[in-house]
Design a protein around this ligand. Structure first.
Ligand code: SF4
Length: 266
C-alpha cells in the first residue's frame, strides 16, 4: 500500500472510530469504490435508499481502496452526534438544569471554527451558541473580518449551560471533550479560534494564562489555533478596551488564512 493510502486508511480508521463513538451504525452507500463513474462534488450527493447502507466495518475496508467520507457523510455523522449529545447525562447536575443541549451552529466543512466556553442563558433557551449579547459581538467580529457568520462553525467546550454561568468544572470539560473532538474531526476546519481562557486551556490542554497564549498560533491536531478574548469579556461592563487586542488577533488570523484585512475595526 502506498504511503498516501496508509495515511488515508489511518484517517478513515480514526473517523470510523469517531462515528462509532457517535452512535453511527451505518452511512450512505457511495458508488462502487474506484469505479469508472466520474467523481461527484459535495453539492451532488448520491441519492440513497434505506437499503443502501454500509457499516463502519465496511468503511474500514473502503479505506484500503483509498477513499474518505464525503462532506454529506460528515454532515450526517454530525447530526447523529448532535442527537447523542442531546441525550447525554454524563454531567448529572448540568443535565438536570439545562433547558436543552447546545451543540453548534454552522456548516460541516467550514474553513473557520470558533470554540467558546459554554452556553449561557440565551443559548440554553434558544439551543444555539453565541446568540446573546456576547454572541452579537462575536457576529460583529466575524463580519468585521469580512466573513459571514453562516459560513463559520461555532461551538463550545461544554454543550450544557453551567448554572449561574459559572465556569465549566474540570470533570465537566473532560466529560464533554470527546464530543468536541468528534465535532472537530467531522467539521475539519482549517483554522480554529479559541474564545477565552477556558476554551483555550481545554482545547490546547494547557495551563498557561490567556495573555501568554495570545499573539501566536498553537496547534490542535495539525490545525492552527488562534487564542483571543471571549466576546463576553469585551462587553461594556467588563473590558471593552480589549476589543483592540481582539482585532489584532483577528488580523493575524486573516493573514494566516490568506484573506484581506478590512480597513475598519468591527
Ligand atoms: S456538558 Fe457535555 S458531557 Fe456534560 S452532560 Fe452536557 S453534553 Fe454531556
Amino acid at each position: 500500500m502506498s504511503t498516501e493510502n496508509i495515511d488515508l486508511r489511518k484517517q478513515l480508521q480514526q473517523h470510523v472510530q469517531s462515528l462509532r463513538g457517535a452512535g453511527v451504525e451505518w452511512a450512505p452507500l457511495r458508488p462502487p469504490l474506484e469505479s469508472a463513474q466520474p467523481s461527484r462534488t459535495a453539492a451532488q450527493p448520491v441519492a440513497t435508499t434505506p437499503a443502501e447502507v454500509i457499516s463502519p466495518v465496511s468503511l474500514l475496508a473502503a479505506a484500503d481502496a483509498g477513499t474518505v467520507l464525503t462532506l454529506e457523510e460528515r454532515r450526517q455523522a454530525l447530526k447523529v452526534l448532535a442527537e447523542k449529545v442531546s441525550k447525554c447525562t454524563q454531567c448529572a447536575a448540568l443535565a438536570s438544569t439545562r433547558t436543552q443541549t447546545v451543540f453548534a451552529q454552522g456548516p460541516a466543512g467550514a474553513e473557520l471554527c470558533f470554540v467558546g466556553e459554554a452556553p449561557g442563558a440565551d443559548e440554553d433557551a434558544q439551543g444555539f451558541p453565541f446568540v446573546g449579547a456576547a454572541g452579537q459581538l462575536l457576529t460583529k467580529i466575524i463580519v468585521g473580518c469580512g466573513l459571514k457568520r453562516e459560513d463559520v462553525y461555532i461551538c463550545n467546550i461544554l454543550k450544557c449551560r453551567p448554572p449561574g454561568n459559572r465556569a465549566p468544572l474540570p470533570n465537566e470539560a473532560a466529560n464533554c471533550r470527546g464530543f468536541l473532538e468528534r465535532q472537530l474531526e467531522l467539521v475539519q476546519p482549517k483554522f480554529i479560534v479559541a474564545l477565552g481562557a477556558s476554551a483555550a486551556s481545554n482545547l490546547l490542554n494547557t495551563t498557561q494564562p490567556l495573555g501568554k497564549l495570545r499573539g501566536r498560533f498553537h496547534d490542535y491536531k495539525g490545525i492552527p489555533v488562534m487564542v483571543t478574548y471571549h466576546p463576553a469579556y469585551l462587553l461594556p461592563h467588563r473590558a471593552p478596551e480589549k476589543k483592540r487586542d481582539v482585532w489584532e488577533d483577528m488580523k493575524m488570523l486573516l493573514t494566516k488564512m490568506g484573506k484581506p484585512i478590512p480597513q475598519k475595526q468591527a
